[in-house]
Design a protein around this ligand. Sequence first.
Ligand SMILES: Nc1ncnc2c1ncn2[C@@H]1O[C@H](COP(=O)(O)OP(=O)(O)O)[C@@H](O)[C@H]1O
Ligand SMILES: [Mg+2]
Length: 373
Amino acid sequence: MSPEAPRPRVLVVDDNAAFLDNLQELLGDAGYEVSIAESCRAARERAKAGFDVALVDLRLPDGDGTALAAELKQALPEAEVVLLTGFATLETAVAAVRAGACAYLMKPCSPQDLLLTLEQAMRQVRLHGEKRELARRAQMIEKMATVGTMTAGLSHEIRNPLNAAALQLSVLERRVRKLPEAQQGALLEPLGLARDEIRRLDHILEDFLQFARPREFRPAQVEVEPLLRRVVDLLGGQAEARKVRLERVGPSTAARVPGEEERLRQVLINLVLNGLDATPEGGEVLVSSSEDERGIRVTVDDTGPGVPVAVRDRIFEPFFTTKPQGSGLGLSIVHSIVTQHGGTLEVGEAPGGGARFQLRLQKSLPAPVSTGE
Ligand SMILES: Nc1ncnc2c1ncn2[C@@H]1O[C@H](COP(=O)(O)OP(=O)(O)O)[C@@H](O)[C@H]1O
Ligand SMILES: [Mg+2]
């Protein structure tokens, strides 16, 4: 599902129209996406759309290329700037380095030199990206560890009084139900609301605890079909309350996967709950599966607004949530369980425009007795 890698973007800043034309053709043929600017001002404007490498001439009609290079580099620290100069002196070289340029080229330069320099600059750009990604992951792991120890204790402490309160509520509810029917409604409604709030809090605490205390992994053989049906059954009530159709659709499967039933259930519960959260009244959340020799794919589709491409990476981070009462832990738990099972999880778009979460798991080897599949 991964889209083709985007073309590297080059911004060429030079006031020589013929040179710009030449470069545009040369770089376009080499697979770059080229934008051009004939002045510092135009360059600043174009740079707002982003670029990977800027080729900047030293002499520009409205300013100095080195100053512009420094400015561009500051605006886009992960991009690189290559300076072009008609004459190389020690001063221009020093100025180029000071401005943060990664290279400078003498004009006229051969197409080979130019492409080679651009390639090297692009390598730098990719390294910046990788470095940022690594730093982001390290930060996430650190965040997870700190949170784990801190919240485990706290969640536990909160849960006990919460359970006590829930118990008292059910005592109250029983007493209310003994009153004459006419009096019940006005009392039962707020009771129900209080109970729902407690349930929600409990879910959040459950998320925290799951997250904080991953137990030892003890895989067994898990039958997929009963697992899917169980989750749909389990959450049927919640779906109904929200007037959303929740169903297992498509052909059933005889596949088994090596794993822990309880954890895989947790994965599906989280995915379906998210689907229910996202789906407006009258919509649907559908669970389906398909398989080939290598593995099984379980798909949860909904008819909500979908997950914007811009946040698709981030939704798996702990604490990333767009819900006022969300913990933002559901998908990070899902992700760690799926990884533990050697599987993958992808987010995309459902045919109806909602979100699609696709879980892939390795299948167990077929049982000695044929299942007739
Ligand atoms: N089915 C979905 N449709 C739209 N957005 C979703 C869906 N599932 C997850 N998300 C987005 O991912 C975020 C993180 O989800 P999650 O980790 O389960 O935490 P929470 O449910 O507590 O917000 C959600 O807040 C939401 O923005
Ligand atoms: Mg969730």
